[in-house]
Design a protein around this ligand. Structure first.
Ligand SMILES: [Zn+2]
Length: 314
């Protein structure tokens, strides 16, 4: 009896190890018969997630896969390729970048070497060029580059303007930009027939978004979010972080939080309130809905601090 129990316990332990080893790093979530979200962990970059602490998208066409964002380097790209093998045998024919943060594009070269065409708007590519060296170095320091150094490759043929309409493998795909988001060059991939938006880092779901010091201001991000929401009215959003969600959830967890940050940090900066005092006061008054988001403990104070500095008079 004891031996049987021990055997069962051991097999369960082995099964659990096998599941982890099999890279349940990216959770494959079907959005429709041909659309998938590949959902990475909500926390920080580490060796196990190879920098893929983000959400990616895939659209299956008869001619191959359209991949939305390519992972944070060669290691991140391989995690995506492994996750895709569970849903299709088709190769990745196109990679579209929604942004310039590491996990949006540093896996481009890995997919390009296997025959994929890389597509992105000019504004996104400009950002990528400006950030490449710094991102590769940061990933290597975090030990999440998956061994080999990632080989960045922007789209060799950037799409002009803020609105590119394509047909890939017979599927209509639009690449739309609504203004600065998490990064200045953030864009959205839109499937008009299914009304699905791959929002990239314009939308964070389930976790608190991070405000960075990269030339994109929180009030601009808020405006871009509202323009995106009111222009497209998506049925489903595949966010840049978190699980596929409704527009209502995206509003509650990204749009409302940005509006709240702007509403709190701007007057504090304009009234020249002491920075530390303002951060502590605003942090303490944070509504529970935002406080309950993943990563709020480590990000909320930083976000308030950065938003305040963005509104400081030059
Ligand atoms: Zn991101």
């Amino acid at each position: 009896m004891v031996r049987t129990l021990l055997k069962i316990t051991l097999s369960l332990a082995l099964l659990a190890t096998a599941l982890v080893a099999h890279g349940a790093v990216l959770d494959v979530v079907p959005v429709s018969a041909t659309v998938y979200a590949l959902v990475g962990p909500l926390g920080q970059r580490d060796q196990a997630n190879a920098g893929d602490n983000a959400t990616f998208g895939a659209v299956l066409t008869p001619e191959g896969v359209i991949l939305i964002d390519s992972g944070a380097g060669d290691g991140g790209a391989q995690l995506i390729a492994r996750a895709l093998r569970g849903v299709t045998k088709l190769p990745v024919r196109w990679v579209i970048n929604t942004g310039s943060q590491d996990h949006r594009w540093l896996g481009n070269a890995w997919f390009a070497a296997r025959g994929a065409k890389i597509l992105a708007l000019q504004a996104t590519v400009d950002d990528q060029h400006a950030l490449a060296a710094q991102q590769v170095q940061a990933l290597a320091q975090a030990g999440s580059a998956g061994g080999a150094p990632p080989s960045p490759l922007s789209s060799p043929d950037p799409l002009a303007g803020d609105d590119a309409r394509l047909v890939l493998g017979g599927v209509r795909v639009e690449l739309r930009r609504f203004g600065p988001g998490h990064f200045p060059g953030d864009a959205v991939v839109w499937l008009p027939e299914q009304r699905v938006a791959f929002a990239g880092d314009l939308v964070f779901a389930d976790r608190m978004l991070g405000v960075l010091d990269n030339g994109s201001r929180v009030d601009q991000w808020a405006r871009s979010f509202h323009a995106f929401a009111s222009t497209l009215h998506p049925r489903v959003i595949v966010p840049g972080h978190g699980r596929p969600c409704s527009l209502e959830q995206a509003r509650a967890q990204t749009g409302d939080y940005l509006d709240w940050l702007v509403g709190q940090a701007r007057p504090a900066a304009e009234n020249m309130e002491d920075l530390q005092q303002a951060v502590t006061r605003i942090d303490a008054a944070t509504p529970r809905t935002f406080r309950e988001l993943a990563n709020a403990g480590e990000l909320n104070r930083k976000n308030i601090n950065r938003a305040y500095l963005q509104f400081q008079m030059p």
